[in-house]
Design a protein around this ligand. Structure first.
Ligand SMILES: [Cu+2]
Length: 274
């Protein structure tokens, strides 16, 4: 019991938060690694939470006050009042004002996510039952990314979140993600980047992020897509520019979409034959 309580208290303290994956007894968001997520966290912590707390406390106060002040023993003859114009105007106007106050920063965050800056790296993620396929269209790279089963996990690899082939992206660069699916609806979601987009068959949705620190970040498919929906995680490695270049070199051989050299050979042979 004490342990649970400590977890709950700890989860309110942002220091615990440099984790890029969900934690036991977590409350609140995973730590942010992009401006977009920082905006979302700000909106939640400094707009929504105070408003929710205020409204809840106010309603609780009204309930308690009414229960005590107008209890039967103290209030023998009940009032027959049924309308009060001022109160009715107030309880219409005040919620309207609260909504307007919330809408302004909310739309700002929403639109900033929707406007994709010039991309440094483009990735295409395709949802399949039940794994993700990735493509780097500018780099001639294509690979599939399957979850690693419990029995094959190495030390420090989180259960249900580790994949065999991870996505690599450079830090502090705009990464555009094109998201689609090949069978049913999926959703590509990475909490630390504030990214979540539906993967719809026959349609390409776009989103973007700019990771502000290096590390391994975990996400999951976030649209119920069938029996193994829980087993198609997303792992993104944010690395430095040089490390990314190095990975690209290796990936271009290992995950080459088309074997260019072989194609050239075939073309040459064809020419000779003719
Ligand atoms: Cu799915």
């Amino acid at each position: 019991m004490f342990k649970k309580f400590t977890y709950i208290i700890l989860s309110f303290i942002p220091v615990n938060a440099l984790a890029n994956e969900p934690k036991d007894w977590q409350l609140g968001f995973q730590s942010s690694a992009s401006k977009s997520m920082s905006d979302i966290v700000w909106f939640h912590d400094y707009m929504l939470l105070p408003i929710i707390t205020g409204i809840t406390a106010f309603v609780l106060f009204l309930l308690l006050y009414t229960c005590i002040r107008y209890r039967a023993s103290r209030n023998k003859v009940a009032s027959t009042t049924s309308h009060n114009t001022i109160i009715e105007v107030l309880w219409t106007l005040i919620p309207c004002l609260i909504l307007i106050v919330m809408a302004v920063p909310s739309f700002k965050v929403l639109y900033s996510q929707d406007t994709i800056p010039k991309a440094d790296v483009t990735i295409k993620a395709t949802g399949y039952q039940w794994y993700w396929g990735y493509e780097y269209p500018d780099e001639n790279i294509i690979f599939d990314s399957y979850m690693v089963e419990d029995k094959d996990l190495k030390d420090n690899q989180p259960r249900l979140l580790t994949v065999d082939n991870e996505v690599f992206v450079p830090v502090n660069k705009v990464v555009k993600v094109m998201i689609t699916a090949n069978d049913v609806l999926h959703a590509w979601a990475l909490p630390s980047f504030g990214v979540k987009r539906d993967a719809v068959p026959g349609r390409i949705n776009e989103t973007w992020f700019k990771a502000e620190r290096t590390g391994t970040f975990y996400g999951q498919c976030s649209e119920l897509c069938g029996i193994k929906h829980a087993f198609m995680p997303i792992t993104v490695n944010v690395v430095t520019g040089e490390e990314y270049e190095e990975w690209l070199k290796k990936a271009k051989i290992e995950f080459a979409k088309e074997d260019f050299e072989n194609n050239i050979k075939i073309a040459k042979t064809m020419k000779e034959i003719n």
